[in-house]
Design a protein around this ligand. Structure first.
Ligand code: KIV
Length: 263
């Protein structure tokens, strides 16, 4: 399909065809992914895999906008989703100001924010102001410091009920899609059945309307830690290290550049 993926496309895919989402942070990789995926998420995970930080919390609006512009330059077809960084949507006014900044300075189609029922009024306010918003429930990486790390959610009845309530509150508030991260698959499955909007899972089982993975995890480039839900489709770090090792050796032993690579 060559046509630009819109919100309508994603809505129509629910229950018919799985939605493929991947993160990208730059034009080069986004252009490689564009033909094969439906949604590209400019995720604040870039703060870890690109900026070398321990968590996502220090990502800034300016940093996200820089990367979102690059991704926009490399893509034609995918729906582009902008991750609102930590501390940029604490109030309705602040959220709208920053979402308008993202819309104004990049080509993104929607913004994403982490949180459940406690963020419903903000999602509603953004929706009333023509911003398309994805929610993000379950494991919320921006809560890592508050929670003392990352843990799977929905393991007991209270947690399960609370996540389902979060999802329903966000849909009622006007969210157009929902990321469900790090939850037991039965919870994600129940949410997916209850909601009209598409759900995209990451570590949430197979029943969501789509799946998202962080690109550097799925290409085996990020070695720092490997969550159970990540499938490494290639050994990216091995391939890159082998290539750079060979290049270095050839420069040292003066076998590169040979005649073939010389004008
Ligand atoms: O920042 C990100 O990459 C994300 C995904 C984990 C969904 O939010």
């Amino acid at each position: 399909m060559d046509k630009k993926i819109t919100l309508k496309t994603l809505r129509d895919m629910k229950g018919r065809e799985k939605i493929v989402m991947v993160t990208a942070y730059d034009s080069l990789f986004a252009s490689l992914f564009d033909e094969h995926v439906d949604v590209i998420l400019i995720g604040d995970s870039l703060n870890m895999s690109f900026a070398g930080q321990d968590d996502t919390l220090s990502a800034t609006m300016d940093q996200m906008i820089y990367h979102a512009r690059a991704v926009g330059n490399g893509t034609k077809r995918s729906f582009l989703l902008f991750d609102m960084p930590f501390g940029t949507y604490g109030s309705k006014k602040q959220a709208l100001k920053n979402a308008i900044k993202a819309y104004g300075q990049t080509k993104v189609d929607a913004v994403k924010l982490e949180g459940g029922k406690e963020k419903a009024d903000i999602v509603k306010y953004l929706s009333q102001n023509a911003i398309a918003v994805f929610g993000h429930v379950g494991l919320k990486p921006q809560s890592a410091r508050q929670e003392g790390g990352y843990s799977v959610k929905g393991k007991n009845e209270d947690e399960k009920r609370s996540i389902i309530e979060d999802a329903l509150a966000l849909e009622t508030a006007g969210a157009v899609g929902l990321i469900i991260e790090g939850v037991k698959p039965d919870v994600a499955s129940e949410i997916t059945k209850k909601l009209k909007i598409p759900t995209i899972g990451i570590g949430a089982g197979v029943d969501c309307d789509g799946q998202v993975l962080v690109w550097s995890d799925m290409l085996g480039l990020y070695d720092n830690f490997l969550p159970k839900f990540v499938k490494r489709y290639i050994d990216g770090s091995g391939i890159v290290k082998d290539a750079i090792k060979q290049y270095a050796a050839e420069v040292k032993d003066v076998s590169f550049p040979n005649e073939k690579f010389t004008y």
